[in-house]
Design a protein around this ligand. Structure first.
Ligand code: SF4
Length: 261
């Protein structure tokens, strides 16, 4: 793992993501190294040669830069984070996210988190005083599958435990994994577990096998699974069928939801 401390010029960027005006990424790269990660494009952008998941640039001056930037930006919601996990293991030592939160807590910007780590619980002392909600990403609720696709992120059990401890929360269910979490039975199982943990809001997304994501997945998936994914990659019907399936299951729940395709 190549870890580098860097000085950034900016930490808050305009976001094209639905419902958020800004994104705050305290790190470049992500230790979690999920095999379907779309943020892999950051490698090229920052000229990293290492495998995705094997490098992290730590923006050590991010809190200082943020304290200046926040005064110049118009009030709007901030996503922490869009191309990294703000609570990846390094955050335990560096506390960049925590220090940024401290800055944000002095301003009235709505904040939303997206993480796969229960380390977020450490910062509830600040988060609970803010206009903030915490989103947990799940692509599956099976630990066996989680270990294949996101081996370095928190276990399913730890995420569930964290969900139970957080009041203002939502779940990002995605990318739904073909063959692993996309059957009606698996979707229903996941929704049931979210409901049991008092989750009221769901964002749901399918997988997008962009060329760079696909190249990476080829290194990790077995041949049989790859053949199935190859078919799905080319299929125009799959997104339609999956959406219909998700909608059918949603009828039996009372989530406030948004489907991303
Ligand atoms: S936690 Fe998020 S940013 Fe990090 S590797 Fe996984 S998908 Fe990518």
């Amino acid at each position: 793992m190549k870890i580098k401390e860097v000085y950034c010029k900016s930490v808050l960027s305009k976001s094209g993501i639905y419902g958020v005006e800004y994104a705050l990424n305290p790190y470049t790269g992500c230790e979690h190294g999920c095999i379907y990660c779309y943020a892999i494009f950051m490698k090229k952008f920052k000229e990293h040669k290492e495998e995705w998941g094997n490098f992290v640039d730590i923006k050590i001056n991010a809190p200082t830069i943020l304290s200046k930037e926040i005064k110049k930006f118009q009030r709007g919601s901030i996503l922490i984070s869009s191309v990294t996990d703000p609570y990846q293991p390094l955050e335990r030592k560096y506390e960049i996210t925590r220090k940024c939160l401290y800055v944000l807590s002095k301003h009235d910007f709505p904040v939303t988190f997206l993480t796969k780590s229960d380390l977020v619980l450490r910062d509830l002392d600040i988060i609970e005083k803010m206009n903030a909600d915490v989103g947990f990403t799940f692509t599956t609720v099976e630990e066996r599958v989680r270990k294949i696709f996101e081996p370095k992120a928190s276990s399913i059990e730890k995420r569930f435990d964290a969900l139970e401890k957080i009041e203002n929360k939502y779940v990002f269910f995605g990318p739904i994994l073909p063959e692993f979490s996309d059957s009606e039975e698996k979707i229903r199982e996941a929704f049931t577990k979210f409901e049991e943990r008092n989750v009221k809001r769901l964002y749901i997304d399918r997988i997008n096998l962009y060329p760079n994501v696909w190249e990476r997945m080829k290194k990790f998936l077995d041949y049989k699974t790859l053949i199935k994914y190859q078919k799905i990659r080319k299929s125009e019907e799959y997104p339609i069928i999956l959406r219909r399936r998700v909608m059918d299951v949603l009828k039996d729940f009372s989530f406030e939801y948004k489907i991303g395709w």
